[in-house]
Design a protein around this ligand. Structure first.
Ligand code: BTN
Length: 244
């Protein structure tokens, strides 16, 4: 579970801070939070808008045997854990967009960024970064390039401390058990929260784009899409998705 907790004021990026730490020491269960990130990182090289004192910026470290393969579906399972945590704080109706965005009424509430260090085959450490919009100031919101929402707009009564506690209560046991359970233990719950289940979607990579019906995820977290009646599966990396 939790081995060490750092609550930082200003940092470039909590993921970066945790990545630097795991280079020099084994850090399973290490968690850091910051009030402000000067260089918050999003997926696919994007910036994560991270104003002071408003939202939650959290990174947690887990150690795994068996390298990248052992991590398949971990980011989707983290999404499930976060939806559970939000629900326990009265934030209902949160859905998941593959692979790991949290949406509320189609708008982005939270994002997850996994970064790993270590051997592709042997033991490795992974940093699980979570950004949750809690009270996004209007000024900062101007820099967000997609529809977004924050917890304060969904529930009148919230506490950032309680949200962090609920997130860690769900996240830390998951990081301890994922090596044994894999994503299969989360698949049904993930599909029940899937924002685009049975909807038409557009899948894009640098090389291609394809349209079809999203029909769920596999036991390792790949997205299943029916394209002209034939099932195709897409996994992580540089794939982006939107509903049509
Ligand atoms: C996404 O693009 O959806 C992922 C966003 C992840 C943001 C979080 S905030 C805490 C941690 N530190 C970072 O620099 N990024 C992640």
């Amino acid at each position: 579970l939790l081995s060490e907790l750092d609550v930082l004021s200003t940092i470039d990026s909590t993921n970066q801070h945790a990545m630097q730490r795991i280079e020099s020491q084994s850090s399973h269960g290490y968690v850091c939070l910051a009030e402000y990130q000067t260089a918050g990182r999003g997926r696919r090289g994007r910036t994560w808008v991270s104003p002071f004192g408003s939202n939650i910026y959290l990174s947690a470290v887990a150690e795994f045997e068996g390298g990248a393969a052992a991590l398949e579906g971990l980011s989707l399972a983290v999404g499930v854990a976060l939806v559970r945590a939000l629900k326990s704080c009265g934030v209902e109706g949160v859905q998941l967009k593959w692979p790991n965005d949290l949406l509320w009424q189609g708008r982005k509430l939270a994002g997850i960024l996994l970064e790993m260090s270590g051997d592709v085959a042997g033991p490795c450490q992974v940093v699980v970064g979570v950004g949750l919009n809690v009270t996004m100031p209007e000024r900062s919101a101007e820099d967000i390039d997609q529809p977004w929402v924050d917890v304060a707009s969904i529930v009148p009564d919230y506490s950032r401390n309680q949200l962090v506690a609920a997130m860690l209560t769900e996240l830390l046991p998951l990081l301890d058990s994922f090596q044994q359970t894999g994503f299969a233990a989360y698949k049904d719950e993930w599909e029940a929260m899937h924002a685009y289940q049975n909807c038409d979607v557009l899948i894009q990579t640098i090389k291609m784009h394809e349209q079809g019906e999203a029909i769920g995820v596999t036991g390792v977290g790949a997205l299943r899409v029916l394209v002209d009646g034939v099932e195709k599966q897409f996994s992580g990396g540089e794939v982006s998705l939107r509903s049509v």
